[in-house]
Design a protein around this ligand. Structure first.
Ligand code: AMP
Ligand code: GLY
Length: 415
């Protein structure tokens, strides 16, 4: 079978790698792909949002299954267009992807269907928003309603900070025309529960935990994710069963009831609070970097899994019992400004998976080409071993302009 993967980061590298393990994937294309993906797939220079270009490529090359990585492609309706053309594709329609694209849509759905989440209100008027904030406790959580590439959430510790943020979001044009969801601050341990969803069918993946802050001990600014691991000792089987029943299944059913059934990966960004598990956010796609630690544990044939979902059926999914842990190498300065083009050496000596996030080939040499550059993922029988291995292997990579966190997974050892 010929398969096309849309996207380019570490998440797509992990998807392509899972597909490459399937004997059914005779040819894998990736649009646009990256320097690491090029070892496993034929990279084609089509942007992930160039829907017509992607449709034309799939038709001309006899692609039988397409898998979508990034949210930007979903938001421009790539799945809707492929389906109109009778092409099989793994991912939600634009309408179903609203669960990620619009925080207000997600919140309204959760309230209507009794899915546990923080209390909230939505505002487009600055004065009304400020009045609401002043009536409530601090810290308060301000979320720009729309895709803001992870930059749209501010946890304001003071009323002054809240006011400045609301000015930015509602009065300035920095974010464009918009609304703000203001919600209660939740306290607890965050975790990610991704599920394969096809209408009412909901099949969970191993639970993972992202590390969003740039530096050790969760210090520094928020990033796209500096590392992740599976399994989480503080999330019990009962917790998982609760989250599956009251959150993931309920939302899948709700989307069917609302006339926009979901197919693809529904990502629950959840938090275990004193008062139970609640939703922080939903994404309509594989999480990054969670996917890079989850998919290595997939023992089922990835083509079968993605194809089943694309055909609106429950996939049969088997996972290995291994612990996985991934550490991201990022360019110095990230998530702020950083330089590119530094040579990277030693990846061939690494005895672990290396997924490329932002790399390029320049004059025949592998160089840095993004904020997050690569992720090294170790598998082992225990999380401690996986952590030791990931840290030992990452040290083999030489580059003058990279940094990484040395404490990925350490939270798990507190429990
Ligand atoms: P989001 O873009 O919704 O994932 O938010 C980014 C991050 O902000 C989350 O991963 C949380 O760490 C934090 N966050 C969002 N909403 C809340 C909330 N209601 N309470 C506490 N932290 C939150
Ligand atoms: N790891 C968070 C995300 O993929 O949005």
């Amino acid at each position: 079978m010929k398969v096309l993967v849309i996207g380019s980061g570490g998440r797509c590298h992990a998807i392509v790698e899972a597909l490459s393990r399937s004997p059914k994937a005779e040819k894998i294309y990736c649009a646009p792909g990256n320097a690491g993906i090029a070892a496993l797939a034929e990279c084609v220079a089509i942007k992930d949002t160039d829907v017509e270009g992607l449709v034309a490529f799939a038709k001309e090359n006899g692609v039988e299954l397409t898998v979508v990585g990034p949210e930007a492609a979903l938001a421009v309706g790539v799945v809707d267009r492929f389906r109109e053309e009778g092409l099989k594709i793994f991912g939600p329609t634009k309408a179903a992807a609203e669960i990620e694209a619009s925080k207000d849509f997600a919140k309204r759905l959760m309230v209507k269907y009794d899915v546990p989440t923080a209390a909230y209100e939505t505002f487009s008027d600055f004065e009304a928003a400020m009045a609401y904030v002043r009536r409530g406790p601090l810290p308060t959580v301000l979320k720009y309603d729309g895709l803001a590439a992870g930059k749209g959430v501010v946890i304001a510790q003071t009323y002054e900070e809240a006011e400045a943020t609301l000015r930015d979001m509602l009065l300035d044009t920095k974010f464009g025309e918009g609304r703000v969801v203001i919600e209660d601050f939740l306290e607890g341990e965050e975790f990610s529960l991704m599920c394969f969803v096809a209408g009412h069918n909901v099949v969970p993946m191993p639970v993972a935990q992202d590390h969003k802050r740039a530096y050790d001990n969760d210090e520094g600014p928020n990033t796209g994710g500096m590392g992740a691991y599976t399994e989480l000792p503080f999330i019990t089987e009962e917790d998982k069963a609760y989250a599956m029943q009251n959150i993931m299944q309920r939302v899948a059913d709700a989307l069917v009831a609302e006339g926009c059934p979901f197919t693809g990966v529904l990502y629950g960004g959840l938090i275990k609070t004193k008062n139970g598990i609640k939703v922080i956010e939903f994404n309509a796609r594989f999480g990054d970097p969670e996917t890079e630690v989850v998919l290595p544990r997939l023992e089922s044939d990835a083509v079968d899994v993605f194809m089943a979902v694309a055909q609106n059926c429950a996939p049969e999914v088997k996972w290995s019992e291994k612990a996985t842990l991934g550490v991201v190498l990022a360019s110095k300065g990230y998530p702020g400004s950083y330089d590119k083009g530094y040579a990277i050496r030693g990846t061939e000596c690494v005895d672990a998976k290396v997924y490329h996030m932002g790399t390029a080939i320049k004059d025949g040499e592998l160089v840095t080409a993004g904020g997050r550059v690569m992720i090294v993922v170790a598998e082992a029988d225990t999380l401690r071993e996986a952590q030791l291995k990931a840290n030992a292997e990452i040290a083999k990579i030489e580059c003058d302009n990279l940094f990484y966190r040395k404490d990925i997974g350490s939270k798990a050892f507190k429990y």
